[in-house]
Design a protein around this ligand. Structure first.
Ligand code: ADP
Length: 364
C-alpha cells in the first residue's frame, strides 16, 4: 500500500494506532497517537518503544512477545505511557500480530484508547473506599476498647453505690436515698449501653464466609425467638416465598429478629400485622418487613439507623436505639443496603437488599 494512503487510513482510525517491529521499535504511528505523546510521527517512527513508557516498558514488551510468538491477539491490556513533557496517561490497548504479505509475523499492531480519566476516577474511588474502611475499623476498634475498658470502673461505681444503699440506709434521709437511687439507675443504664456498644462492635465480624443461605430458615429461627411477643400481642405474621441469598445465616436471623421485633414493639392501637416478603431486582433481592404500627416521620428516616438514636422515651417504649444500627451494619457487611418508608399512624416498611444466589424457595 502506498505510504500516503496508508497514513490516511492510519489517521482515520479513532483509536491511537502504531506498528512495532520484532525489536520493539515503532515503525509507524498515527497522528493523534503521536500528538498524545507530544511529538510528530516523524519524531517517533524508528525509535524504541521504551522511550514512551515511564518505567514498565519491559513488562509491557512481554505481551508483545507473546503476540509475536503465539500469533494470537491480546486485548484489554492496561498500559501507562508518558508524553514528551513527562505527563503520564493510561491506555487500554489491543495488540494484534502484524504480518507481512507472505503471512510471516513481522511485529505488532497496537490499538490504544486513552482511559486516564477513568483510571483517575477509579483511583480516587479506591482511595476513598480505603480511607472509609480505615475510619470504620478505627471506630470499631474504639468502640470495642472503650466499651471493654469502661466496664471495670463502672462496676466499681455500681457496687459502691449499692454498698452505700445497703450499709447506710438507716443514716440517710429520704432525699439522699433518692439521689443514690438515681446514681444506681444511671450506672445500670450505662452498663446496658456499654453492653449494646460491645454487641454492636462484635456484630458482623463473624469470620464465617458469606455462603448460600435459604432466607426462610433464618426467618424461622428469628420467629422462634419472637414467639412469646407474637403470642402475647396476638400478632398476625404473613410470610411470602423467600429466596436463597448470599450471606451469613446467623446475621440474617438477627436482622429479621430486630426488624420484626420493632414491628411488634411499635404497634399501634390495632392488632399488629407484619408482612414479610421479597422481590428480585437485578442481582439482588429486596426484602420488605411491613407493619401497621405507629409509623415514623420522614425527617427521621435516616437517623434511626444511627447508634443510640431513638424517637421515644424509655418510659413510652423500652430500648436503647441500637437495634437498627446493628441491622444496618449486618446488611452492609452482607453486601446490601437498608432503608425505610413510613407514614405516621399508618405503619412502616423496612427494606433491605441481599445478593441473589439462585431462585425462590418454598417457606414452610
Ligand atoms: P430501639 O427500638 O431500641 O429504640 P432501634 O434502633 O431498633 O432502637 O430503633 C430506633 C428508633 O426507630 C426507635 O426508637 C423507634 O422510634 C423507631 N422505630 C424502629 N422501628 C420502628 C417501627 N417498626 N415502627 C415505628 N418506629 C420504629
Amino acid at each position: 500500500m502506498e505510504e500516503e494512503s496508508q497514513r490516511i487510513i492510519f489517521d482515520s482510525i479513532p483509536a491511537f494506532v502504531w506498528l512495532k517491529d520484532r525489536e520493539n521499535r515503532i515503525l509507524k504511528i498515527s497522528n493523534h497517537a503521536a500528538r498524545a505523546l507530544g511529538r510528530t510521527p516523524s519524531e517517533i517512527e524508528g525509535r524504541p518503544t521504551e522511550e514512551f513508557y515511564p518505567d514498565e516498558a519491559g513488562k509491557y514488551w512481554a505481551d508483545d512477545l507473546e503476540v509475536i510468538h503465539c500469533g494470537e491477539p491480546k486485548r484489554g491490556i492496561i498500559e501507562q505511557m508518558v508524553s514528551a513533557s513527562g505527563e503520564k496517561f493510561w491506555c487500554r490497548t489491543d495488540k494484534i500480530p502484524y504480518r507481512s504479505v507472505s503471512g510471516e509475523i513481522i511485529g505488532v499492531i497496537v490499538f490504544a484508547i486513552d482511559i486516564t480519566e477513568r483510571m483517575v476516577a477509579e483511583d480516587e474511588l479506591r482511595k476513598k473506599t480505603f480511607e472509609l474502611e480505615g475510619s470504620n475499623r478505627d471506630l470499631e476498634h474504639f468502640a470495642r476498647i472503650a466499651s471493654h475498658d469502661l466496664q471495670e470502673p463502672l462496676r466499681m461505681v455500681a457496687s459502691y453505690v449499692e454498698l452505700l444503699e445497703h450499709q447506710y440506709k438507716n443514716c440517710l434521709d429520704a432525699q439522699a436515698l433518692e439521689y443514690l437511687h438515681f446514681a444506681d439507675e444511671g450506672a445500670r443504664r450505662m452498663r446496658d449501653m456499654i453492653q449494646d456498644l460491645l454487641d454492636y462492635s462484635r456484630t458482623g465480624n463473624d469470620p464465617a464466609p458469606l455462603g448460600r443461605m435459604e432466607s426462610h430458615m433464618a426467618l424461622e429461627a428469628a420467629l422462634r425467638f419472637l414467639e412469646p411477643a407474637v403470642a402475647q400481642l396476638g400478632a398476625e405474621i404473613t410470610i411470602s416465598e423467600l429466596p436463597v441469598v448470599r450471606g451469613n445465616g446467623q446475621q440474617l436471623t438477627r436482622l429479621f429478629q430486630n426488624l420484626i421485633g420493632n414491628a411488634l414493639k411499635y404497634h399501634g392501637s390495632s392488632k399488629p400485622r407484619v408482612q414479610i416478603s421479597a422481590r428480585p431486582e437485578g442481582s439482588h433481592w429486596i426484602f420488605r418487613i411491613r407493619d401497621n404500627g405507629i409509623g415514623i416521620e420522614e425527617k427521621d428516616f435516616g437517623r434511626i439507623f444511627d447508634l443510640f438514636q431513638r424517637l421515644h422515651s424509655r418510659e413510652e417504649y423500652p430500648g436503647s436505639g441500637m437495634g437498627l444500627a446493628i441491622c444496618k451494619k449486618i446488611v452492609e457487611r452482607n453486601g446490601g443496603r437498608i432503608w425505610v418508608t413510613s407514614s405516621l399512624d399508618e405503619g412502616s416498611s423496612f427494606y433491605f437488599t441481599l445478593p441473589a444466589c439462585g431462585s425462590l424457595t418454598k417457606n414452610t
